[in-house]
Design a protein around this ligand. Structure first.
Ligand SMILES: [Zn+2]
Length: 149
């Protein structure tokens, strides 16, 4: 079973990198789909962190340097879109990328590419964007699950 813990947020809904001062609410860890935009970096008594703003809500999240490393090459003009969740490292809390995606303005949905099955899917629902082909020998479409989970 996935280990769950609660993530601290301030009164405005910004994610905090630590428990205690300023923490107004603790929410069970969750996943979300959004575009994050780089705001600033932070050095201090705790780990170096990068602050990003969520496009949907305008609230801030903290990214640890380790998780930033995995995101850097995928960022375009300071932004990255995909599925994220929160994580805990020692006494600190951060946000990390689970899957890279993009926002399709025409259909107003977040989509992602699955390499294994060479197909795009809806990042929110996990449904494929295209039907599997009819070729019984197709390496991609054979054994393609109903949904990406
Ligand atoms: Zn196929």
């Amino acid at each position: 079973m996935k280990k769950t813990y609660q993530i601290p947020f301030d009164k405005d809904g910004n994610q905090l990198s630590y428990e205690g001062y300023g923490a107004m609410q603790y929410l069970d860890n969750f996943e979300f789909i959004d575009t994050l935009e780089y705001v600033s970096y932070r050095t201090g008594r705790s780990a170096i962190g990068f602050t990003f703003r969520r496009a949907s809500s305008g609230t801030l999240v903290n990214i640890f340097i380790t998780d930033m490393d995995k995101m850097l090459l995928k960022m375009v003009e300071g932004k990255i879109t995909g599925k994220f969740t929160f994580c805990k490292r020692g006494a600190n809390y951060g946000c990390k990328l689970l899957e890279t995606g993009s926002y399709n303005k025409d259909i107003k949905r977040f989509v992602a590419y699955n390499q294994r099955f060479d197909a795009y899917y809806d990042l929110t629902t996990g449904e494929w964007m295209s039907n599997a082909c009819k070729d019984p020998d197709c390496d991609y479409c054979n054994n393609r699950p109903e949904k990406v989970c």
